[in-house]
Design a protein. Sequence first.
Length: 474
Amino acid sequence: MLTIILVIFLVGYSLIALEHPLKLNKAASALLTGTLLWIVYMSIAPNLTFVVDGAAFQKFIQSPDIHSRPLIDQVKKFILTHQIVESLGEISSTLIYLIGAMLTVEWIDVHGGFVFITNRIKTRKKSTLLIMVTLLTFFMSAILDNLTTAIVMTMLIRKLIKDRHYQWLFGSMVIIAANSGGAWSPIGDVTTIMLWVKGNISADSIIPNLILPSLVSTLVPMLLILRKLDGEIESPLPIENGKEEKEKLLGQCQRFSILMLGLLTLISVPIFKMQTHLPPFMGILFGISLLWIYTDILYCREKNIDEKDKYRMERVVHRIDGGTLLFFLGILLAVDVLRYTGLLDSFSGWLDINVGNVYAVNLLIGAFSSIVDNVPLVAGAIGMYPIATEELILHSGNAAYMMNFMQDGTFWQFLAYCAGVGGSMLIIGSAAGVVVMGLQKINFIWYLKHISLLAAAGYLSGAIVYILQNYLLS
């Protein structure tokens, strides 16, 4: 029966990886995989519960109304009232944070807040423009997220560059910079959000340890591309009166204040978590409530704006990507079944025996993330390796190796880097790559021929920097 669970997961994983050629939405595949695995797990759980979650199960059946029941009823009750609740509790904390982050970014966007950033770029020199676009993307993606940043910067490239070849070249650099920029911030990428929310990494550790490797992984391909650039960019024909309607609704100072308040909401979440010890989703919800109230006050003062033109919460919430949220829900449900059945423990044991090196394991994960989505890869790694406590380290046979799995340990930090940056090696390996590919119509083979080796050089260079940095600091 475990073989059936593994086959279902691998088939579902393949459907997710082949989303574009199959024209099958990956959210649907993930939801089907996750729910189907729970159905199968419920039918085979009596043979597994004692082995995988024995201590929790034994404690659960001590209740008088549970202890007298047949084994199969005890197991089903344990799954329904303990494991599913535990699973959904952990998943919900991630999803609620993502919803809050998406709402904040959309709120800024619909009010034209990002225009204040993009309109500051005036240069037409190819090399200077590439440096500005790259560095702006790198730091923006650490504050926002790499997907949103990729969309904003792609729209900027369209406004600045006419030639399709250079649109593709600059767009490819946006993909690399967005993925690398998201890797060193706890709120810059979905995978780092997952690791941060679950407590594997902390903001005050990941930022100083990963910013230099991530920056190197961006600068190496950028410098290699710069060698081929000279002259000036030809711009598209200017559009008369190019202000969009959303920029006319509120004044410039009002739109700028929404930008600042939105960015402050995102930036302050790690500080909120450290000061209050509450989960991150509480911080983002607190920030959204202030942003919501502030925007409503602005609209109440503007009597000349029709109600149908106002971007209140009811309109903004329809703009967030519900399919992405459902994809995360499905894949995390699926990974939890692998965890509860013991398959992830078995695979982690195999890696420890046959690989036995946290750097090599994470480099492999990073390579795989260029082919398949990095969300299930990171979710699987979180399920395979629990956060090592002092007690677990003391009772392990290899204390030095187990220390890599403590909170903010080498394994978790390097996982955040590899899973985030490794996706740049193929254009389909990250959400940022897929969205730029769709917006700019970049050819998969063109990216493979012109960019993949540059991205791989950056990925390996940043990895070497992290490893050397780790040895020198320790």
